[in-house]
Design a protein around this ligand. Structure first.
Ligand code: CA
Length: 235
């Protein structure tokens, strides 16, 4: 499990990193909001611990941008100003939990376990990328109305890509999340599965969803919406 801690108070950030690592989480730290967004786009975290009061971009702005780009990583917000209004604002923006400072580390751990539990397969029932839809309860994929038969591994790969759509994911990251956290074998297996997935989800004449980002990895790309009835932009 990989956690991003976003906290500008260096002592608290170091304390959280140390404590979480003792609990066998891998931890990255961002000291400001902009770095947090950058790290979150480069890595697929299992959860983000996000302070509200931050330099550059505050925690609310970071959360809003994460959700706006389709990142559904569970977020626990930390704040010294635990007013009910802020709590509501955080939850409205899509925070999964909220912890007023000062807090006991044990309580943070309990909440982290709780959001991680909730985020495991049933976090979102329906994931969508264009007309590609994944029903995570039934574990079935559809392209339009057509059901796509997938093996369990193909399904796991597609779910991972869809949970992080529009993000470039490296082969190593895909291996660690879809195969095993400590998998260090041949990453060509990812290419093999991507090829199989492409044969199943892509449709001739339609823009490709699963893109190769040369030198980096793969990205599931959400096509731009052209809703019927919307006037075109051409003057
Ligand atoms: Ca702070």
């Amino acid at each position: 499990m990989r956690i991003l801690v976003v906290e500008d108070e260096r002592k608290l950030a170091a304390f959280l990193k140390h404590g979480l690592e003792e609990e066998s989480y891998s931890v990255d730290i961002a000291y400001d909001g902009e770095t947090a967004l950058e790290l979150a786009s480069q890595n697929a975290y299992d959860a983000i611990i996000l302070d509200v009061m931050l330099p550059k971009l505050d925690g609310f702005a970071v959360l809003a941008q994460l959700r706006a780009r389709g990142d559904t990583t569970p977020v626990i917000m930390l704040t010294a100003r635990g007013t009910p209004e802020e709590r509501v604002m955080g939850l409205d923006l899509g925070a999964d939990d909220y912890l007023p400072k000062p807090f006991h580390f044990e309580e943070l751990l309990a909440r982290l376990r709780s959001v991680l539990r909730r985020s495991s397969p049933e976090r979102t029932v329906r994931l969508q990328c264009g007309d590609l839809v994944l029903d995570t309860r039934a574990r079935v994929a559809y392209r339009g109305k057509e059901e796509i038969p997938l093996t369990p591994r193909e399904y796991a790969l597609l779910e991972y890509l869809m949970r992080h759509k529009n993000q470039t994911l490296s082969r190593t990251l895909i291996l660690q999340h879809v195969w095993h956290p400590s998998f260090s074998g041949d990453s060509n297996i990812v290419d093999v599965y991507i090829k199989r997935l492409r044969e199943k989800i892509e449709r001739p004449g339609m823009p490709p969803l699963l893109q190769t980002v040369r030198g980096f990895g793969y990205r599931l790309h959400e096509p731009e919406e052209h809703s019927p009835g919307t006037p075109s932009n051409s003057a």
